[in-house]
Each structure stands twice: as structure tokens, then as C-alpha cells.
Design a protein around this ligand. Structure first.
Ligand code: SF4
Length: 291
């Protein structure tokens, strides 16, 4: 295998990043809270959809203490249509823990970040890297795809992060500027080496890319998860949440029933929203966002 750390990979990717990186609010304001909010929102939602919600959110809740002082339901409402709204509840819980345990300041150590609600391995590394300039591999889907193609010569990585991938990411991490390397490889995957239509003609590492050199062998790993949406419980949950978000207060069961025709699926989804803490049954058979 080519020794990619000696093949100009870092220089090429970082120079490309300097020239092409998007001007994003969480790159302008790299305060730990700004980075943390952006990472929660970006976990499963594309940048274009996150941007407007992020900007309103940060104007309203510019510190963890400001968010923690409001009700979890306010966070769920402000989450809008970003999807997977449990992230809003977790972010609220993390803000509360930051106030209680860390005097309102996002902690800088990766282990302390990992102890916060809703923060897993990836988010802890991302916040420690992007907000505090620490040196950690940051393996999001974009970075993993770039490494799979450039170094391993395959179209896609395994469904979840493997020990080999972690070791590879460690070995590729430069001694200095590791946080910029993380951001740059992430951006390369997002803007150039996309899942379905990589733009190899515009790629700064095309000459080093093993997948390209091998003639783009087809993916022969496990089938990749689809993005089915129509008719799924996720869609129904989204419809029910929209009814609650758009109301000023508690809503009737009839209002929720009007959101989806199939009563069995609707009841199942409402039940899971209550179990997840995103919806609360209140007096008179009504339902509300969490107080
Ligand atoms: S050459 Fe193509 S496949 Fe390889 S990293 Fe660049 S964009 Fe991706």
C-alpha cells in the first residue's frame, strides 16, 4: 500500500480546503457551544437544512445556560423539521448537565464530553477537535468514505466503524493541524467525493486514490441502508410532531388523528413518541410537547 502520509495527501487536502471550504457559521464561531450545537444538528441532517435552524437557535440560546433555562419542549419546537427530534431533547439534557457539572462551560476533555447525555464517540471527538483544536480521529460518514476510496480502494466503508478503520484514521492523522485535517477530509467527502456522484475531475487527491486507480470496483460489501421515507413510522412521527410544534399549546387527539389515516400505525407512532419523552399526555385527553 502507498504510504499516504508521505505522498502529499495532507498538503493536497489541506490546500484544497483552504481554497474551497464553505463559509459555515460554526466555522466562523468556533466557540465550544456553537460547535456542539452544530454537531448535534449535523448528525443526521444535511448542512443546507441545518443552517437556518442553527442560526435561529444560536440567537435564542447563545449559551448552554440559556437553553437549560427553557423547557425541553421549546427545544423540540425550535428543532423544526430537522428530523430525529430526540436529538433536541438530548441537546437540552446536555446543556442542563453542562450547567450542573461544569459551571455552564462546555468541557474541553474528551472523556468529560463523553459523559454528557447524547454525546457519543464521534461527537466527543468532533467537539474536542473543532472547538479545542485537539488531536482525535473524527470518523463521520464523509471521512470514512474518503478513506475507504483513497486508501482502501473500495467504494464504501463497512456499515459501522471497525477497529481497522480507527487504526487507519490514527495513522493518517498529521502531527500538527489534526483538527483541520479532520474538517478538510469531511468537507472533501461532502463536496467532491460524494456517495453517488464523486467528482474525480475536481478532486485534489485523484492521483493517490486507489479506488479510482482500480477502475472503480463495484461495492461488494453488505447492502447499504436505503433512505425509505414515505409511509414509514418516521414519516408518521414527523407528521404528529409537526401538529404539536405548530400549535401554541396542547392539542386534541382529533388534531393528531387528522395527521395520518392509518389508525394502527398512528397509535403506534404516538405511543413511541410518548415513550421517547417527545410528547406528553396532559389533562383532558390532550397532548403537548414536554414541559
Ligand atoms: S478521486 Fe474520486 S473517488 Fe477518489 S477520492 Fe477523489 S472524488 Fe473520491
Amino acid at each position: 500500500m502507498t504510504d499516504h502520509t508521505d505522498s502529499g495527501l495532507h498538503e493536497d487536502v489541506l490546500a484544497w480546503f483552504d481554497a474551497e471550504a464553505r463559509d459555515l457559521p460554526w466555522r466562523r464561531d468556533t466557540s465550544p457551544w456553537s460547535v456542539m450545537v452544530s454537531e448535534f444538528m449535523l448528525q443526521q441532517t444535511p448542512v443546507s437544512r441545518v443552517l437556518p435552524v442553527f442560526e435561529v437557535w444560536m440567537r435564542r440560546w447563545s449559551t448552554p445556560a440559556a437553553l437549560a433555562a427553557d423547557a425541553p419542549g421549546d427545544a423540540v419546537r425550535a428543532w423544526g423539521r430537522l428530523g430525529y427530534p430526540r436529538r433536541a431533547l438530548r441537546l437540552h439534557a446536555a446543556a442542563t448537565a453542562i450547567v450542573e457539572r461544569h459551571g455552564g462551560e462546555v468541557p474541553s476533555e474528551r472523556d468529560a464530553l463523553l459523559d454528557l447525555p447524547g454525546i457519543g464517540d464521534y461527537t466527543a471527538s468532533a467537539v474536542a477537535s473543532f472547538a479545542f483544536g485537539d488531536r482525535h480521529p473524527v470518523l463521520d460518514t464523509n471521512v470514512r468514505r474518503v478513506f475507504a476510496r483513497v486508501v482502501q480502494g473500495v467504494a464504501f466503508p463497512a456499515p459501522s466503524v471497525t477497529a481497522d478503520e480507527r487504526a487507519l484514521a490514527e495513522s493518517l492523522m498529521p502531527e500538527h493541524d489534526a483538527h483541520r485535517w479532520a474538517a478538510a477530509t469531511m468537507e472533501l467527502g461532502a463536496l467532491v467525493c460524494s456517495a453517488r456522484a464523486p467528482r474525480c475531475g475536481d478532486c485534489p487527491v485523484a492521483k493517490q486514490c486507489r479506488w479510482r486507480a482500480g477502475g472503480y470496483p463495484v461495492h461488494d460489501g453488505p447492502p447499504r441502508r436505503g433512505q425509505a421515507w414515505a409511509g414509514t413510522d418516521r414519516q408518521v412521527r414527523g407528521r404528529l410532531m409537526a401538529v404539536l410544534r405548530e400549535a401554541d399549546g396542547p392539542v386534541t387527539r382529533d388534531a393528531l388523528d387528522a395527521a395520518w389515516d392509518d389508525p394502527e400505525q398512528r397509535d403506534r407512532c404516538l405511543h413511541t413518541l410518548v415513550v421517547d419523552g417527545l410528547v406528553e399526555p396532559v389533562a383532558d385527553g390532550m397532548f403537548a410537547l414536554p414541559a
